[in-house]
Design a protein around this ligand. Structure first.
Ligand SMILES: Nc1nc2c(ncn2[C@@H]2O[C@H](COP(=O)(O)OP(=O)(O)OP(=O)(O)O)[C@@H](O)[C@H]2O)c(=O)[nH]1
Ligand SMILES: [Mg+2]
Length: 242
């Protein structure tokens, strides 16, 4: 309850009218699932605890299910931008998006249009980028290298970045989630990812998204809200420096 309240009461720094979060990752990493899961938690009273699929999600898709850059506003204070996941062979899409982050992104434009239009868009400055990766890619060195480059670019622009690791069915039984941070196998994989991507462990978050559940539950909910609260917190110092 406390976490949900904390997020509901979130106020951006006075220099920003909303806190703007961009979710980025490779196809199928769980970007839209994370958005759906977090919003289901935040809106749990009005949804009566049901899980809501706001953005479409599809297992095993090779090209991105999400086609447009889409903005979701929560409480008029938080904007979350869900993007089309990039394919490993086409990572220039992600790179170009990041290059523009210093500028702005706008809702509802087609992914390709973001790449074409440069300065004519009216949009929002991004205050934090959430890079999503699935733990099943923990050994995918090509992908890890791309993430490392993206993190490097973000560090250069000064935009805060959080790495969000989504779990898979092998490691996300309720019992596992209860003791998530005590599990050596998960911890090792995440530390290895952080190491290879050169991102501090304090900027790494782990969640298990709602997929087949009809209703939210406390164990997943706590992880999701903790992650989201940390994302909002990461955005603040950047807003202050704007
Ligand atoms: N087990 C498990 N599977 C997940 C989780 N998050 C995502 N997935 C799987 O990944 C699939 C794709 O998730 P999406 O949220 O659509 O991925 P996306 O990053 O938005 O992908 P695109 O929009 O296609 O670029 C889901 O249908 C699930 O099968 C998770 O936390 N746990
Ligand atoms: Mg998606």
């Amino acid at each position: 309850m406390k976490l949900q309240e904390e997020i509901k009461n979130h106020q951006p720094h006075p220099k920003a009218s909303t806190t703007n979060i961009l979710i980025l990752g490779n196809v199928g990493s769980g970007e839209s699932s994370f958005l759906n899961s977090v919003l289901s938690e935040l809106r749990r009273e009005e949804l009566n605890g049901r899980v809501q699929e706001i953005e479409a999600v599809r297992p095993g898709a090779e090209t991105s299910v999400t086609q447009h850059l889409r903005c979701h506003t929560f409480n008029d204070k938080i904007k979350i931008f869900d993007t089309a996941g990039f394919e490993l062979e086409k990572t220039e899409n992600a790179t170009i998006i990041l290059k523009k982050i210093d500028g702005e992104v706008a809702e509802d434009i087609k992914f390709d249009d973001i790449l074409k239009t440069k300065s004519s868009m009216e949009g929002d400055k991004i205050h934090c980028v959430v890079l999503v990766i699935s733990i099943h890619n923990a050994e995918n060195l090509d992908l890890i290298q791309v993430y490392e480059e993206l993190i490097g670019m973000l560090t250069e622009t000064g935009v805060p970045c959080q790495l969000l690791v989504t779990l898979n069915e092998l490691v996300e039984k309720t019992e596992d989630l209860k003791s998530l941070y005590r599990r050596r196998d998960i911890k090792q994989k995440i530390e290895m990812l952080a190491n290879k991507m050169r991102i501090s462990m304090c900027n790494v978050l782990v969640v298990s998204n709602y997929l087949e559940e009809m209703e939210i539950n406390q164990i997943k909910g706590t992880l999701l809200l903790e992650a989201f609260a940390q994302i909002l917190m990461a955005a603040k110092p950047f807003q202050e420096r704007m």
